[in-house]
Design a protein around this ligand. Structure first.
Ligand code: PZK
Length: 293
């Protein structure tokens, strides 16, 4: 199969008219891919994303063709998808302030042209979720876009549908997650078009790699929030004295095990099922035991 794109933690292959998205066990922290994989991460995030595509089918159709018709060596962490014409916008919804959204608010009181009330800070909950699209920069960092810039880029009707779908996916996802003890501070979605113009949700959906997941019981606005999935890794790397320049030191087995447990816990809290159960019920064949690299 032809490798069409290699990301920090995932690969994209072409198979005839389809594409195959493959999630690895790699983890990225402070924008650096660590030398130590987290066993099972690729499978857990793939299965979580598939579960969300199923939950959200009435909001917008997803690009998934099959979770099982994929090469055997990637079974469980690969998805066969329709090949779309991807739209050049990162569609972000935010319900809480952190990261680039917080930086933009501190500078201008706005994010992507949306004015927010004064007095918000690190980790604050927003009065209501906002659509804060960014450019997809080929290199370097994505830049905030206003809604009218999105309209110019993709046309007003598609822009309106992107905003509607992004906010509805976030609203549904964050409400369900909050009821299960996970705050989803923000999420990044990607969309594409079929040749007939149908808009589809693409990429991965509401995973801890595409979204900020925070433990709800530890939410404490005014301070940086702990990450649901990567906090053990960050804490260990911070204490190690690492200067955040690659390569990072390898992770100890205890930190790897705690982190693998957190990914699985996120899956189990959100779906309400033990990891593996949903796939069995849907008649999915056995997966790979371990990523081979
Ligand atoms: C597509 N990416 C992001 C980068 C990844 C994913 N259905 C689609 N059709 C055509 N292209 C894409 C998709 C999707 N999804 C996705 N870039 C293009 C990306 C690196 C690794 F797994």
């Amino acid at each position: 199969m032809e490798l069409v794109h290699s990301g920090k933690v995932r690969e994209l292959y072409a198979d005839g008219d389809d594409i195959i998205m493959v999630a690895s066990d790699r983890v990225s922290v402070y924008d650096v891919v660590l030398p130590t994989p987290i066993p099972g991460k690729g499978r857990v995030l793939t299965q979580l994303s598939l579960w969300w595509f199923g939950q959200l089918g009435d909001v917008i159709p997803g690009h998934v063709i099959s979770a099982t018709d994929v090469p055997a060596q990637w079974q469980g962490r690969a998805i066969r998808c329709r090949r779309l014409q991807m739209l050049p916008v990162e569609c972000i919804a935010r319900g809480y302030l952190a990261g680039l959204g917080l930086a933009s608010y501190r500078e201008t009181g706005t994010i992507s042209g949306v004015r927010l009330p004064p007095g918000l800070g690190e980790g604050s909950r927003l009065p209501e979720p906002v659509f804060t699209p960014t450019t997809k920069a080929a290199a370097g960092h994505d830049e905030p876009m206003t809604f009218s810039e999105v309209e110019t880029l993709v046309g007003a009707p598609v822009a309106a549908e992107l905003r509607r779908a992004t906010l509805e996916v976030y609203r549904r996802g964050s409400e369900l997650a909050a009821a299960r003890g996970i705050l989803i501070a923000d999420t990044k979605l990607e969309f594409g078009l079929l040749p007939d113009g149908t808009l589809m949700l693409a990429d991965e959906v509401l995973t801890p790699d595409s979204s900020r997941f925070w433990p709800a019981e530890e939410w404490d606005p005014g301070h940086p929030q702990p990450s649901f999935d990567k906090q053990y890794v960050r804490d260990w790397l911070d204490a190690s004295g690492w200067d955040r320049e690659p390569p990072s030191p390898p992770l100890p087995t205890e930190v790897v095990a705690q982190t693998a447990d957190r990914y699985r816990e996120a899956y189990e809290r959100l779906t309400g099922e033990p990891f593996g159960r949903y796939r069995e019920r849907m008649g999915v064949p056995p997966d790979d035991r371990r990523e081979v690299r």
